[in-house]
Design a binder for this molecule. Structure first.
Ligand code: PHE
Length: 362
């Protein structure tokens, strides 16, 4: 762990051990170069404490690049609450409140919100002591609610752009799209895709979700062990990160990848592996910016849903077109192109065109 922290390229890590539950909390601040750090709070159990720390580090870096590509004046951060495999549900609220106190104590170092394993109702508890640094509380508590549907909207637009690049037509009608993970993002995405006439397939590990999407909605189900060999036009990873690797990339039978999950590539070399296979990869942190835009624009600028949705669609489409052009013209991977755009922004500093964005305005 010392080595991990010493060699990390981020700014700081805050660590808390929560005695009553045995949970480890890591708040990772990757970069405040463009503004105050923002990023969700992920709650799950990990194989080891070190894995949890690594996840926080990687996810917070992802947030830095997520904000940098479209030029949003925020820095990258993320929190991980690594809970024991069997956390007593009765202890959950207390844990969230203590975590909220920590968010309040570090006053603005991390502006957090929902992420995998946490909900707007959880944000209400965190905000009791963590306000005003908590996005995505329930609408009843004055928050912008879940970010999943907005993330899904961005993913949907990304899939359209990928289709345009691959097939010369933005429409997803008749395209076979395989959605991995039917949680907050994947579930909403399936709705948008079906509405637009795509042939949706899905994969999930949760029995109940499988029953709902396969048996009640009649969608084609791909068992997790067949996911990477399944033939489809677009693969859309909307579950955990690190799922594309040297082992499964050679087996993929898709033409493009665009999904909502963070950190989809196991290692940076996987981008090159995908390029060599002729698979068009839409970089995750460009595709999944919609959730962050929803929370931040609704809560700091007071924008209404229609305006935010329009801005998400425009931002995702514009940045993807831009980076696909860079990748093509320079003969580099789409991932490298996305980092190049982000690094350029990080080098020049915050955009002057959005000074109105300030946390805690509303
Ligand atoms: N967890 C989501 C993301 O990583 C939404 C989020 C963004 C939450 C910014 C808090 C702050 O994009």
């Amino acid at each position: 762990m010392e080595k991990l922290i010493r060699e990390w390229d981020g700014e700081e890590i805050i660590t808390r051990y929560d005695h009553p539950t045995g949970a480890w909390i890591f708040i990772a601040i990757h970069s405040t170069r463009l503004g105050p750090a923002a990023g969700g709070t992920r709650m799950k159990s990990y194989a080891s404490v070190e894995d949890a720390l690594k996840d926080a580090m990687r996810l917070s870096a992802g947030m830095t690049y997520k904000f940098a590509v479209p030029g949003m004046p925020f820095g990258g951060g993320k929190a991980v609450i690594a809970v024991p495999a069997k956390l007593d549900p009765a202890l959950r609220a207390g844990l969230l409140r203590r975590y909220g106190r920590l968010i309040g104590q570090v006053g603005g170092l991390l502006n957090t919100g929902p992420d995998l394993g946490t909900t707007p109702a959880d944000m209400d508890l965190i905000a009791e002591h963590g306000s005003p640094h908590v996005f995505g509380r329930t609408p009843a508590a004055g928050g912008a609610g879940a970010s999943g549907p907005a993330t899904a909207l961005g993913v949907f637009n990304a899939i359209e752009v990928v289709c345009e690049e691959l097939f010369g037509d933005t429409s997803v009608a008749g395209r076979r799209v395989l959605v991995q993970g039917t949680g907050s993002v994947g579930g909403s995405l399936i709705g948008l895709l079906t509405q637009a006439g795509a042939r949706v397939m899905f994969s999930d590990v949760d029995e109940e979700k499988v029953r709902h999407f396969r048996d009640e909605l009649g969608l084609a189900y791909i068992p997790p062990e067949q996911l990477f060999g399944a033939s489809c036009d677009i693969l859309s990873p909307c579950a955990l990160g690190g799922i594309l690797n040297a082992d499964n990339i050679p087996r993929l039978k898709c033409e493009g990848i665009a999904g909502g999950a963070n950190n989809q590539l196991d290692t940076p070399e996987d981008a090159e592996r995908l390029r060599q296979r002729g698979i068009l990869y839409a970089p995750d942190f460009v595709v999944n910016v919609g959730g962050a835009m929803h929370l931040i624009y609704a809560e700091t600028l007071g924008w209404d849903d229609a305006r935010i949705e329009q801005d998400i669609a425009m931002t995702v489409r514009r940045t993807l077109h831009q980076l696909f052009d860079v990748a093509r013209n320079e003969g580099i991977t789409t991932d490298a192109a996305a980092y190049r755009i982000a690094e350029a922004r990080l080098a020049t500093g915050p955009a002057a065109d959005r000074p109105e964005l300030a946390i805690g305005r509303n």
